[in-house]
Design a protein around this ligand. Sequence first.
Ligand SMILES: Cc1cc2nc3c(=O)[nH]c(=O)nc-3n(C[C@H](O)[C@H](O)[C@H](O)COP(=O)(O)OP(=O)(O)OC[C@H]3O[C@@H](n4cnc5c(N)ncnc54)[C@H](O)[C@@H]3O)c2cc1C
Length: 422
Amino acid sequence: MESVGAVIVGIVTVQLLVLLCGQVQQSRRSSQQRQLSFDLLQQRIDAANALRVRREQTQLLWNGNRKFVVQHKVEEAESICSFYLVPHDGKELPQFRPGQYLTFRVNVPGQAKPVTRCYSLSDGPDPKYYRITVKRVPPPRDSPDAPPGLISNHFLDNVQESDILDVQAPRGHFALDPNQTRPVVLIGGGVGITPVLSMLAAIVNCKAERDVWLFYGVRNRHDHALQEQIDELNQQHDRTRIVVCYSQPLAEDTRGPDYEFAERISVSLMKRVLDSNNYDFYICGPPAMMTNVLADLKEWGVPDNRVFSEAFGPASGKAVGASKKEKPAAKEGTTAKAGPKVTFERAGVSLEWDDSFENLLDCALDKNVSIDFGCRAGSCGSCLVAIKSGKVANAAGAETEHEEGTCLACVSVPDGELVLDA
Ligand SMILES: Cc1cc2nc3c(=O)[nH]c(=O)nc-3n(C[C@H](O)[C@H](O)[C@H](O)COP(=O)(O)OP(=O)(O)OC[C@H]3O[C@@H](n4cnc5c(N)ncnc54)[C@H](O)[C@@H]3O)c2cc1C
């Protein structure tokens, strides 16, 4: 009897235990489910908030030029100055995506028309001001008698605190989302530090849980701008690592406090210091550095969609017609094939396109057709022209998306017969 009783107690105990386990499991499952629903809800709220902020910011953006006052002018290094700009109307300042730039229309004494140039926003988004950092551009080494860079020198020599400037709204696709968590490598060569410093500041300010490397290359202390801010940002974010390279250190430059590597920024250096190539790469710098680094990142196996770059454009004050290439000679016994007919309608100029022109802007300037221009890199939008008939293609090396019915003359070539409203 006793043993039957024990068996019954055992069976009941086992049943109770099974029931209990089932309930524990069910309660664990529903708690996991609750957590998942909560996370999903949180993600939706974050996405909706981000969309709302983007919409509000877009509404604050302005068309054309807006007046800005130079609040502070700060010398950052030899021949490099920052300008802190606040809206003259005192109204709200739309935020920008770190990496974007401002376009200026500048009246320079002696110039018949305002001149357009772009300068990257060089600090993280701040509701109080925009900041740009401008480097003085000297004449090219092979033409020492050429006039020095028009607008950079004007900014450094003539633009003073309390001056008023005409500024277009922030623009540009070379921009980083500071809230993402993918590890990132920022690369700034010379004054190309400006957009990537804005990215670094934005990541640090939003306390993103993200590994960030900043490679900053300059010749030596004379070009080494904004180091104090970079050091401060580094101290505020323990997942940031700064690598400063001097390509031509001076006797008074000290390894350690001033710079870490006495060499140019290269992918071979990155292979030595990074644990892998598993990063997003954002690059801005002089053409030679960009060409080498971009090619070597590809060879290192970094996918194209992980690499973002911005060129500050060719010398924007290129002499008119200076970029006209040698006309390719026709093969012996043949005549050169004429290109499609291009018409600048308002100027009453028609010609047969030849491939010695790099783009429609150079062609127009060569034929004395007046088209405004600024960056000559497809960025500033100054050379936007309406297409009356025909189509354009991207000029060699350009990756611009054209709005229907218009083209940016500095990065376009005709794709068949073309009539432009210019
Ligand atoms: C998106 C973007 C962002 C940028 N951000 C920055 C930034 O943050 N900071 C910055 O400093 N720059 C930046 N730039 C570059 C800037 O826009 C200008 O291109 C730069 O300041 C030079 O302009 P400039 O008017 O001084 O020179 P330009 O007058 O355009 O002259 C350029 C060069 O051409 C030479 N030159 C002029 N005339 C002749 C001639 N007849 N024959 C031979 N050579 C001649 C000049 O001596 C100079 O070396 C950016 C550019 C872009 C497109």
